[in-house]
Design a protein around this ligand. Structure first.
Ligand code: FMN
Length: 366
């Protein structure tokens, strides 16, 4: 695997970002790394996790540490899943198949994007044993969404992850500067429609305006539930009120997310949004979180606040860019080692035991 540096493989997720910058075109790197407008939320996401402080315990037997948990009943080996990310083939020819195989080998779960550059069936066939969910954007033509749901169910996807934070496209100025476009041969593989090779930034924006349904409201969950028995995960929640509405409409889980700072700039960081949502739902929904998670200690902090598991986006895209499928696998390995070490140092041997008592300012026994 080419680590982007002749001396060594990256030893942490930030080093993967630096190595990816060295191997990707500026246009592809900026598409992955960028956020909306002034990128306030993008940088706040990472900074907010770093500001939290942990309170460790001592003289606990940590000879055996178990990172396994479940998400919506599915066992995973570590509390980290792969977030849905568009256009994986921009990073590496292995694309989504490389990600699917690496995630399966890591014992984790892959959330596949609607706008993947490999069809959802090919992804499922490439790693038949890895659990996966399908991320949905809702099209004005309900028939398109309906067909995607049916295909995902047939291909063995175990949940639908409805992304709700793209009512309009965030303004990503890096993509304007770089004149972002899809290189020849890379296309949205799940759908037969005009967004194809060489589609540029304004084509992407036009696509979203023309095809995605900006009129959808909470009823869309009722509609989705009428189409399939798959559990529904609502991704893109930052307000406790919205989390309660997701519960009321029958969702099984929410992802506290601001789309990695790519949508509303100035949106609250996910670290700050998480605890009030956990408190509001009182265990009636599983709560996941993503955005800016780069260290095992960030994962532990999220779990201590009450998240059941976290998602990572950019880190695995950078792993893919640097080393194809093996790079993605290495990113998961690094995080796994970091989480295990963090738990050992914290004095905590299983995921369920990570609670707010490990956070500075957290309440004991809560
Ligand atoms: C390049 C890129 C593409 C993305 N594409 C999608 C997508 O197709 N669907 C979606 O729900 N979220 C998408 N997201 C958001 C991610 O699922 C996730 O919320 C975010 O990346 C988490 O933040 P992190 O990158 O800091 O880990 C994308 C993010 C990035 C960076």
């Amino acid at each position: 695997m080419n680590g982007g540096s002749p001396e060594h493989l990256p030893i942490n997720l930030d080093e993967y970002e630096a190595a990816a910058r060295a191997v990707l075109t500026d246009m592809a790197f900026d598409y992955y790394a960028g956020g909306a407008e002034d990128e306030i939320t993008l940088s706040e996401n990472t900074q907010a996790w770093r500001r939290e402080r942990l309170v460790r315990r001592v003289l606990v037997d940590v000879s055996c540490i178990d990172l396994s948990t479940t998400v919506l009943g599915t066992p995973i080996s570590l509390p980290v899943m792969a977030a849905p990310c568009s256009f994986n083939k921009l990073a590496h020819p292995d694309g989504e198949i490389g990600v699917a195989r690496a995630v399966a080998r890591s014992g984790s779960l892959h959330i596949v994007s609607t706008v993947a550059t490999t069809s959802l069936e090919e992804i499922a066939e490439a790693a038949p044993n890895g659990p996966r969910w399908f991320q949905l954007y809702c099209y004005k033509d309900r028939g398109i969404t309906e067909a995607l749901v049916e295909r995902a169910q047939t291909a063995g996807y175990r949940a639908l992850c409805l992304t709700v934070d793209v009512p309009v496209q965030g303004h990503r100025e890096r993509d304007i500067r770089s004149q972002f476009h899809l290189p020849p041969g890379i296309r949205v593989a799940n759908l037969d429609h005009p967004l194809d090779e060489t589609a540029d930034d304004s084509a992407l924006n036009r696509y979203i305006k023309e095809l995605w349904d900006t009129t959808i409201t909470w009823d869309v969950i009722t509609w989705l539930r009428s189409l399939s028995d798959l559990p529904i995960v609502v991704k893109g929640i930052v307000s406790p009120e919205d989390a309660l509405l997701a519960l009321e409409y029958g969702a099984s889980a929410v992802v506290v997310s601001n789309h990695g700072g790519r949508q509303l700039d100035g949106c609250i960081s996910t670290c700050r949004a998480l605890s009030p949502i956990v408190d509001a739902v009182e265990g009636r929904l599983e709560v996941f979180v993503d955005g800016g998670i780069r260290r095992g200690t960030d994962v532990v902090k999220a779990l201590a606040m009450g998240a059941r598991a976290v998602l990572i986006g950019r880190p695995y895209l950078y792993g893919l860019a640097v080393g194809g499928s093996a790079g993605v696998r290495h990113v998961f390995e690094l995080l796994e080692e970091e989480i295990e070490r963090a738990m050992g140092l914290l004095g905590c041997t299983c995921i369920d035991a990570i609670d707010r008592s490990f956070l500075a300012g957290g309440k004991r026994g809560s």
